[in-house]
Write a protein that binds this ligand. Structure first.
Ligand code: C2E
Ligand code: MG
Ligand code: MG
Ligand code: MG
Length: 292
């Protein structure tokens, strides 16, 4: 087949793959195979309610298990997929998988769990994005409230009016919206009030040194306060230490996400995780106790 041939040519040309242009072409072709085989995997990272210490949502993070290179992280292929337009097909697959997995998790008893899916600005700008989301919800049966879409601030830098309109339409479907990597974009603060978001995710670059760096601490506190005054929830990304978590709890950050709680994991592991650390598990146990 063409694909086997593709793999053979890899051996053949491997010594010539020393220029980045060649590398990109090869990676693009291999990514195309992965998309066509539907072989990309979705990992899930729990997001923790800072008051209860329990998880009530997960973030879907795509993984590429490359046949010879091992696990490739999205930072290494999402930008490429955005350049080549492959992000459209890839993004659809991730969205559909995430919705289907969440329906399975609901069926296992974790009915209040929601899933956050990252979407590229390129996806949001595509005319049929609303339909893509509707179809993912309809074919999986996931209630729209259980789906959150994460977009970066810069998504609205181009085609501002059209993107804002799309975001409003998504909200009308019942889907929730989060502004991802907040603070790293170049957008003006006035864009925030245009974005119909439910949530702000503080970029992990601010959290990393939040204990020792006064500017990072001030920015983090300021963003939390601003978000609350806007009626939005706040998530801190990259919570790596107990000290980070304590600082964020003290300053009323609503949700915490990071390696100190859990790393992204395959779907098979999420059910176990939720059994011991999920907010919904508590509810379920209480119900079971009442019924007895
Ligand atoms: P993101 O949406 O900001 O996702 C959070 C990233 O931070 C994830 O990296 C996660 O593994 C990592 N992370 C979580 N906790 C910690 C921590 O405590 N410390 C550190 N150092 N890192 C932590 P990942 O999975 O490599 O994803 C990187 C980026 O790739 C994502 O950043 C997102 O922008 C993009 N991405 C991932 N999956 C998708 C996808 O399905 N579609 C699109 N369009 N982009 C995606
Ligand atoms: Mg994200
Ligand atoms: Mg982020
Ligand atoms: Mg990021």
């Amino acid at each position: 087949s063409a694909k086997q041939q593709g793999r053979n040519t890899y051996q053949w040309f491997s010594e010539e793959l020393n220029t980045s242009a060649n590398y990109r072409v090869k990676l693009r072709n291999e990514l195309q195979d992965a998309i066509e085989d539907d072989s990309l995997t979705v990992y899930y990272q729990p997001v923790i309610d800072s008051r209860t210490g329990r998880a009530r949502s997960v973030e879907a993070l795509v993984r590429w298990e490359h046949p010879s290179r091992g696990l490739i992280s999205p930072g290494d292929f999402i930008p490429l997929a955005e350049d080549t337009g492959q992000i459209i097909a890839l993004g659809k697959q991730v969205l559909n998988k995430a919705c289907r997995d969440m329906v399975k998790l609901h069926a296992a008893g974790f009915r209040e769990c929601s899933v956050a899916v990252n979407v590229s600005p390129i996806q949001v700008r595509k005319d049929d994005f609303i339909r893509t989301v509707q179809e993912a919800l309809a074919s999986s049966g996931l209630p729209p409230e259980a789906l959150e879409l994460e977009v970066v601030e810069s998504a609205i830098l181009n085609d501002t009016d059209q993107v804002i309109k799309t975001l409003h339409e998504l909200r009308e479907l019942g889907v929730r919206l989060a502004i991802d990597d907040f603070g790293t974009g170049f957008s003006s603060l006035s864009y925030i009030k245009l974005m119909p978001a439910n949530k702000i995710k503080i970029d992990r670059s601010f959290i990393k040194d939040v204990i020792q760096n006064r500017s990072d601490a001030a920015i983090t506190q300021g963003v939390i306060s601003m978000a609350h005054h806007l009626g939005l929830e706040v998530v801190a990304e990259g919570v790596e230490t107990e000290a980070h978590a304590a600082f964020l709890r003290k300053h009323q950050c609503d949700l915490l996400q990071g390696f100190v709680f859990a790393r992204p994991m395959p779907f098979e592991d999420i059910k176990n995780y939720m059994n011991t650390h999920g907010a919904c598990a508590t509810t379920r146990n209480e119900t079971e106790t009442t019924n007895r």
